[in-house]
Design a protein around this ligand. Structure first.
Ligand code: UD1
Length: 443
């Protein structure tokens, strides 16, 4: 990869930014389309690399997938292939979410172990245990999760941890099982609620979406539907942190501010003025093709930072706790804050690798196990740095905005996996960030 971003430090971000559908929702909703024969339409989809990759996974199973602007149309055949082991499987984490639907529809699945961000160990034991309790036999064989069942039946399932992916896979298998399934200690993320909403539109019988107890009454078959993907709260939070770090004034549209209650409260503690601003209507369903401004949902919030941010502590936890995906932004904010912050990472141990790159930029940060202590400095200094995953890459760009000189962020393909129009939005808000194609050997 020869592309990198050049981030010129010193800009104050100001203006409005539109956020489209969530990466961590759309990919699961695409998998859910496997559950019903016929044509499912998803709108407000982000134009990110992971969407065509997931489309390839679905095509390898026999679906026809058409991506046009922000609309993804999936036509699922009566008979699906049960083998999901194409090359695309290893390129994203969410590919594992075809496991539940395939077991539900085909009663057997061979699903290649997924790829995705290198943020620490990401086992599938809870996914497999859940399927076993529904009546499937499941093993890891030759790099694939293999699951087979005579028939699926309802069960009482307690998750050891409210895993997002395990909740999704078990839910998507249970909707077509006979009888009632109760998933306790289920994940409560807004993306889980979005999946439940779509499954309900398809005829699934689910109670308790957004709580830690999901009750699923199995049905014989589901129907295809049309569904609008919820706004990406992680991308929305990115712009909120960018405003807080650059003494900026940014209005974020397209994300439900309540999905960011804790995040916005933390930014208030850091000294930001945060307000909910008037809504704009949704655009008409069916997408907007290739041109025109991005669609917006009916909610918005504004973050204004006047003084240097104050140090704030952050602890990552499952929703409604502070999202682990936002931890790099918390570290970036802490690195220039007035005072010392403690950041605790409870989900993915390798996420602190990003701190080594922050140190290259002059951050005063050290880690001890799953804690990081960050003493804010007045100014960071530019350096070449490397993105190790989507959010780490964006965290480095945010830090670069506060560094003197030009920070080069390499391996930006990670950022392209999760952020539509990232550089364009940065520029629209007044940042000097450029995508450059150059020889990495010199870096
Ligand atoms: C999803 C998100 C990711 C986010 C994470 C937590 C997608 C594509 N990715 O990942 O961006 O950071 O939720 O909000 O939606 N675990 C087990 N066994 C399992 C499953 C998980 O031990 O069978 C552990 C993991 O190692 C981790 C924790 O549970 O420590 C949470 O993982 P999980 O919620 O499953 O995250 P993902 O669904 O992989």
């Amino acid at each position: 990869m020869t592309e990198h971003f050049q981030v010129h430090g010193g800009a104050r971000l100001a203006g409005e930014v539109d956020v489209v559908g969530a990466k961590n929702s759309v990919l699961k909703l695409m998998a859910a389309a496997l559950l019903a024969e016929g044509t499912t339409t998803l709108t407000n989809c982000p134009r990110i690399l992971d969407v065509p990759l997931m489309a390839d996974v679905l095509r390898s199973l026999g679906c026809a997938v058409d991506i046009s602007g922000d609309t993804v149309v999936i036509t699922t055949p009566a008979t699906l292939s049960h083998r999901a082991d194409s090359a695309s499987m290893g390129k994203l984490r969410a590919s594992v979410c075809v496991l539940g639907p395939l077991v539900g529809r085909c009663k057997r699945a061979v699903v290649a172990l997924p790829g995705g961000d290198a943020i620490g160990s990401r086992p599938l034991d809870m996914h497999q245990n859940g399927l076993r309790q529904l009546g499937a036999h499941s093993e890891i064989e030759h790099g694939c999760v293999v699951a087979e069942a005579e028939g699926l039946h309802g069960a009482q399932i307690w998750l050891d941890f409210p895993s997002v992916g395990a909740t999704e896979n078990i839910l998507m298998a249970a909707v077509l099982a006979s009888g009632t399934t109760v998933i306790d200690n289920a994940a409560r993320e807004p993306e889980i609620v979005d999946l439940c909403t779509m499954l309900q539109q398809m005829g699934g019988k689910i109670e308790g979406a957004g709580t830690s107890t999901l009750t699923v009454h199995g049905v014989d078959a589901l129907q295809p539907t049309e569904h609008r993907v919820i706004g990406d709260r992680i991308v929305g939070a990115t712009w909120a942190f960018a405003a807080a770090m650059t003494s900026g004034d940014v209005t974020v549209r397209g994300v439900d501010p309540h999905h960011l209650d804790l995040v916005l409260e933390k930014l208030r503690l850091a000294g930001a003025e945060v307000s909910i601003v008037p809504a704009r209507p949704h655009p008409p369903a069916g997408g907007r093709g290739g041109a025109g401004p991005p669609p917006t949902a009916g909610q918005a919030f504004r973050v204004v930072q006047r003084d240097r941010p104050k140090a704030v502590d952050f602890v990552t936890l499952p929703y409604p706790g502070f999202a682990t995906d936002l931890q790099p932004f918390a570290v970036a904010l802490a690195s220039i804050a007035d005072g010392t912050s403690m950041i605790t990472e409870n989900l993915f141990e390798a996420r602190f690798r990003f701190i080594e790159e922050m140190v290259r930029l002059g951050a005063d940060a050290r880690t001890d196990g799953h804690h990081a202590v960050v003493r804010g400095v007045d100014r960071l200094s530019s350096a070449p740095v490397w993105a190790s995953d989507i959010r780490a890459g964006v965290g480095l760009v945010l830090a670069g905005l506060r560094a003197d000189g030009v920070t080069e962020v390499w391996d930006v393909f990670h950022i392209d996996r999760g952020y539509p129009l990232f550089v364009e939005n940065m520029v629209r808000l007044g940042a000097d960030v450029r995508r450059v194609d150059a020889d990495p050997a010199r870096a």
